[in-house]
Design a protein around this ligand. Structure first.
Ligand SMILES: Cc1ncc(COP(=O)(O)O)c(C=O)c1O
Length: 423
C-alpha cells in the first residue's frame, strides 16, 4: 500500500524531494520543446476536412433557392446550411443566423452593441454592468468582459453546471446583465449542464429586465464516448418561462471542419435576431456564402456532421486516454492532485494543491513544456486558490503528448513535495 505525500515523514519527504530534483534535472537536460497550451485541432483533424478546399468548385455557385452565392446579400446565411446545423444545436433554422467563421466574434459583437446601444427589452445601454462567470471557464469570454470594463463575478462550477443558488442570488442585482455558459463538455472542466440547471437558469427571476444567458454550445457534437450527451432546450425553456429574449445560443464549426475557416451560428428570439442583424447590416453586406455553400456540399446533412465527428473522436480518444493514464499511473496514489475525465470537448482539468499551480507551470516551462498560464480560466487570469491547470491534449502528436505528460506529472510531484516539505 502506497502512502500519500502528506503522510510521509520529514525525512521521507526530503528523500523524495531529492530524487524528484534529480529526475527534474535529467528532464531539463533533455532540452524538450513541447506545448500543451493549445486547444486547437491537430493537423490530422484538419486533414479530415481538406476536401473543403476544392469545394464548391468553379461551376457550383447557386444556393438552393437559385441565388448566386458569389454576390452580396443573404445576411442571415444560407438556409440549407442552417438546416444542417439547427438540429445539432437544438435550434430552428428560421431562428438562427449563420455568419462568419468565428462564434467568439459574435459574442464580442453582441456585447459591444449592448454596451453602445442596449438590447431588446432593456431601457439603457449596458454601462457599469456585471457578468456572472462560472469558474473555471473559457478565458476568451472573460477577456471580452475585461476589455469592455464589465465587472466579472465568479460563480463556482458544480458537476451539474454553475452553483444555481449562487447564480439566483447574484442575478437579483439589476447590475448583473448576464452569465457565460458552456453547457456541454464545458471549457475547461467538461461538465454537462443538468436538465434542472437549464430549467432554473431559464426560469429564475432577475433584477435586470434585459438579463442574457450567453449559451456557448461550442462542443455540441464533440463527444469522446459512445454516448452522445444531450442537454435541454434552453430556448424552449426560456420561452415557456416567459423570458424568450434571455438565451443567446452560439455554435461553431471551427472544431468540426477547419478552425480557421469554419462557420459561426447564433440562435435567439426574433427580437434578438432582428436587433443583431440590424446592427450587423451596418457592418457588412453579407457573410461569405461561398464558404457556406462549400460546407453544405461537404457535410450534406446533420448525419454528415456526426459522421465527421466520429472521425475526430477516433483521433482524439487515444490522446485523452493517454492523458488519463499518465495521471492515474503517476499521481493516483499521491493525494496531491485530482483531474477530470471528460466525456467530450477539448480539455482535461488538473486540480493540484492550493498554491502549487503557478509553480508547476513555471517548472514545466523551465523544462521546455509550455502549459497554459495558471489562472487563465479565471477572470483577470487570477485563480484565487492557484490550484487549477488546464491541459489541452488535442494538438500535439501522441509521442509528444506522452513526453509532455511524463514531464508534467514530474513537475506536479516536485512542486507538491517541495511545498509539503516547506510547510
Ligand atoms: C467555449 C468556446 N467557445 C468558443 C470558442 C471559439 O470559437 P470560434 O472558433 O467559433 O470563435 C472556443 C475555442 O476554443 C471555445 O472553447
Amino acid at each position: 500500500v502506497r502512502v500519500t505525500f502528506a503522510e510521509l515523514s520529514q525525512t521521507e519527504l526530503s528523500d523524495l524531494v531529492a530524487s524528484l530534483r534529480a529526475a527534474y534535472g535529467e528532464l531539463s537536460a533533455r532540452g524538450l520543446k513541447l506545448d500543451l497550451t493549445r486547444g486547437k485541432p491537430s493537423a490530422e483533424q484538419l486533414d479530415l476536412s481538406t476536401a473543403l478546399l476544392d469545394l464548391p468548385g468553379s461551376a457550383d455557385y447557386r444556393a438552393a433557392d437559385g441565388s448566386d452565392v458569389r454576390n452580396y446579400g443573404g445576411l442571415r446565411g444560407l438556409p440549407e446550411l442552417r438546416e444542417i446545423f439547427a438540429p445539432l444545436l437544438g435550434l430552428k433554422p428560421e431562428s438562427m443566423i449563420a455568419v462568419g467563421n468565428s462564434s467568439l466574434e459574435l459574442m464580442h459583437d453582441y456585447l459591444m452593441h449592448a454596451v453602445l446601444f442596449g438590447v431588446p427589452g432593456g431601457s439603457a445601454p449596458w454601462r457599469d454592468v456585471a457578468f456572472l462567470c462560472p469558474v473555471p471557464g473559457y478565458d476568451r469570454h472573460f477577456s471580452i468582459c475585461a476589455k469592455l470594463g464589465m465587472e466579472m463575478i465568479p460563480v463556482p462550477m458544480t458537476a451539474d453546471g454553475p452553483d444555481l443558488a449562487e447564480v439566483e442570488r447574484l442575478a437579483a442585482d439589476p447590475k448583473v446583465k448576464g452569465i457565460w455558459c458552456v453547457p456541454k463538455y464545458s471549457n475547461p472542466t467538461g461538465e454537462i449542464y443538468s436538465p434542472e440547471t437549464v430549467r432554473r437558469l431559464a426560469e429564475m427571476p432577475t433584477g435586470a429586465e434585459d438579463f442574457r444567458i450567453f449559451w456557448d454550445n461550442a462542443y455540441a457534437v464533440h463527444h469522446l464516448t459512445d454516448e452522445q450527451q444531450e442537454i435541454e432546450d434552453i430556448i424552449g425553456a426560456a420561452q415557456a418561462a416567459g423570458h424568450p429574449d434571455r438565451p443567446i445560443v452560439f455554435g461553431s464549426a471551427s472544431k468540426i471542419t477547419l478552425a480557421g475557416s469554419g462557420i459561426a451560428f447564433l440562435g435567439a428570439s426574433d427580437a434578438n435576431l432582428d436587433w443583431l442583424v440590424g446592427h450587423l447590416s451596418k457592418r457588412t453586406i453579407g457573410p461569405d456564402k461561398i464558404n457556406h455553400l462549400r460546407h453544405v456540399r461537404f457535410l450534406e446533412s446533420p448525419q454528415g456532421v456526426l459522421d465527421l465527428m466520429a472521425k475526430h473522436r477516433a483521433l482524439l480518444r487515444p490522446k485523452f486516454d493517454l492523458v488519463g493514464q499518465a495521471l492515474t499511473d503517476e499521481l493516483a496514489d499521491t493525494g496531491v492532485a485530482t483531474w477530470t475525465t471528460p466525456r467530450g470537448g477539448y480539455f482535461v482539468t488538473l486540480t493540484v494543491r492550493p498554491g502549487c499551480a503557478s509553480r508547476i507551470v513555471e517548472l514545466a516551462g523551465q523544462a521546455g513544456i509550455a502549459l497554459t498560464p495558471a489562472g487563465a480560466p479565471f477572470p483577470h487570469g487570477k485563480d484565487p486558490q492557484d490550484n487549477v491547470i488546464r491541459i489541452a491534449p488535442t494538438f500535439p502528436p501522441l509521442t509528444e503528448l506522452a513526453d509532455a505528460m511524463a514531464a508534467l506529472v514530474l513537475c506536479v510531484k516536485l512542486a507538491s513535495a517541495e511545498q509539503l516539505l516547506a510547510a
